[in-house]
Design a protein around this ligand. Structure first.
Ligand code: NDP
Length: 339
């Protein structure tokens, strides 16, 4: 059973050498007294920015640290090969928490979702638009921001797993949508594939406040925050009165020893803004409703989804660290085994 092991806790930017590919000879069996366990064959693994915080020894975070010397765990799509759990049977397809390895014995089965797979959507989408990042976009935008037609929406890290969907959900609501991303290829995707009204490369803008002012002369009603830092400061100056900021993530801060300070928080008062953080876990009860909404849009071609796939477990470490330099174009997936 090939596995990706975290060698030791990480400081600063993670490196490929913080992880190691190893073979485990331990036999995995559902019959080892572990009630309700399922043994799965992993097909696709999801690379997600929050995994960085699990690479550090962090008490008090909302997610547990990885254990050095053990396989990394994360979201994935898998096929059941054996089950002691009445809810799952052999050959069922599932998504949820699994291991970065070929086969995983899953004991925390309450967080596994069974996939009703039809061949008109790629199975790998359950690592992205049909899985955790999709639910994140939906919960943070549709539920938290309560968008209205005609509102001005700004999204950072807009071409990523979450951002590309937020923008398209906003277009479906009839909003004016602008996204920022870190390369020309990504900016082109935003404008030409995902239908954003405007997009810009934040790395090429010396003055982010002015860059936003040009795209939002009347201000921003909704900011979907994925990056934090300087972008947040610039956005605060460009928000409209009574605007909403959904704080989904702050990836620009995840590798810093000392987070950057935010200078313009006073504008929360002046502009009567609502800024709210959220965690997708609190919204999974809405998953069936979300699937019912999003699946027809995908099948009818009204929502596009771009993935960046790395093939083979041995590519997983570089795929994961690539998130923090923006190497991924779209949702970063690792293909472990062909379906
Ligand atoms: P992405 O697919 O967007 O990948 C990460 C992207 O972040 C990179 O491609 C890069 O894009 C951008 N990035 C990396 N470093 C920086 C930086 N220093 N400054 C600005 N941008 C940077 O990831 P996801 O869509 O999966 O996640 C997006 C955000 O949502 C993250 O902050 C994540 O932590 C958060 N999240 C929160 C959840 C919740 O429950 N609250 C659940 C899931 C995700 P670029 O080239 O454009 O810079």
């Amino acid at each position: 059973n090939m596995q990706v092991i975290l060698k030791k806790y990480v400081t600063g930017f993670p490196k490929e050498s913080d992880m190691q590919l190893m073979n485990s000879w331990m036999k995995l069996s559902v019959a080892e007294g572990l009630n309700d366990a399922v043994l799965v064959k992993n097909l696709y693994l999801s690379c997600d920015p929050y995994m960085r915080s699990r690479m550090t020894k962090n008490e008090g975070s909302y997610v547990q640290s990885f254990t050095p010397g053990s396989p990394i765990t994360g979201y994935g799509v898998a096929k059941v090969v054996d089950s002691a759990n009445p809810k799952f049977k052999k050959d069922d397809l599932v998504w949820g928490m699994t291991g970065w390895e070929e086969y995983t014995l899953i004991t925390a089965t309450e967080s596994l979702f069974k996939i009703q797979h039809t061949n008109d959507v790629p199975l790998s989408y359950y690592t992205g638009i049909l899985g955790m990042p999709g639910m994140t976009a939906y919960a943070g935008f549709n539920e938290l921001c309560a968008p209205k037609k005609g509102e001005n929406v700004f999204i950072s890290a807009a071409s990523g797993a979450v951002g590309q969907l937020v923008g398209q959900l906003a277009k479906l609501m009839g909003c004016y949508v602008v996204g920022s991303a870190g390369s020309k290829v990504k900016v082109d995707l935003l404008k030409n594939k995902f239908g954003f009204d405007e997009a810009f490369n934040y790395k090429e803008e010396k003055d982010l406040t002015a860059a936003l002012k040009r795209r939002f002369p009347n201000g921003i009603d909704i900011y979907f925050e994925n990056v934090g830092g300087k972008m947040l400061d610039a956005v605060l100056l460009n928000m409209r009165e009574h605007g909403r900021i959904a704080v989904c993530g702050m990836i620009s801060q995840y590798n810093l020893e000392q987070p950057e300070g935010i200078h313009n928080l006073m504008y929360l008062i002046v502009k009567r803004l609502r800024m709210q953080g959220f965690l997708v876990f609190d919204y999974y009860h809405l998953y069936p409703k979300y699937l019912e909404m999003v699946l027809p849009h995908i099948k009818e071609g009204k929502i596009a989804y771009v993935e960046d796939t790395a093939t083979g477990l041995e590519q997983a470490p570089s795929a994961l660290i690539g998130l923090f330099s923006g190497r991924n174009v779209g949702k970063q997936v690792v293909v472990v085994a062909p379906e």
